[in-house]
Ligand binder design. Structure first.
Ligand code: DQA
Length: 145
């Protein structure tokens, strides 16, 4: 069971960017949390990937085909705009969980649409960086079924 955690634009700035919304933990803290959660939930490996570029995220999703069993994805701002990321997730058909650090459902109207979420079987929002642990737990439960 191998997982891939994908983070989109500006998630590398978590801890610095808008701490009132995203908290004070850093991207490195997210990586450490994902590694620990991977072990806790029985993943053989948890690979991580962050990019500020839509095409690079699409490339990484395509590369996951045949090598990765499940994806946790926070497409960040591309959540609300990218049909390309939605199509890539659909193309590879790898079970995916959408995660957002903030409670996007309680924020601006433009954050209410999630394209990538249309290809995900579960959604974790507003749990801070702990949401990544929760998403990996949901993914592990799903893959073990
Ligand atoms: C986010 C929410 C998005 O609306 C925003 O563009 C982000 C982060 C979150 O994790 O809460 O960059 O995906």
């Amino acid at each position: 069971m191998k997982a891939l955690v994908i983070n989109g634009p500006n998630i590398n700035m978590v801890g610095i960017r808008e701490p009132a919304i995203y908290g004070s933990d850093s991207y490195q803290d997210i990586l450490a949390l994902c590694e620990a959660a991977g072990k806790e939930f029985g993943f053989e490996a948890v690979e991580t990937f962050q990019s500020n570029h839509e095409g690079a995220i699409i490339d990484r999703i395509q590369e996951a085909y045949g090598t990765i069993d499940g994806i946790v994805i926070n497409p960040a701002a591309y959540t609300h705009t990218s049909v390309g990321i939605l199509d890539a997730l659909k193309a590879v058909s790898i079970p995916a969980v959408e995660v957002h650090i903030s409670a996007v459902d309680q924020r601006e109207e433009f954050r209410q649409i999630s394209y990538a979420g249309m290809a995900c079987f579960a959604r974790v929002i507003g749990e801070g960086i702990e949401g990544y642990r929760h998403a990996l737990q949901i993914l592990a439960d799903h893959l073990k079924q």
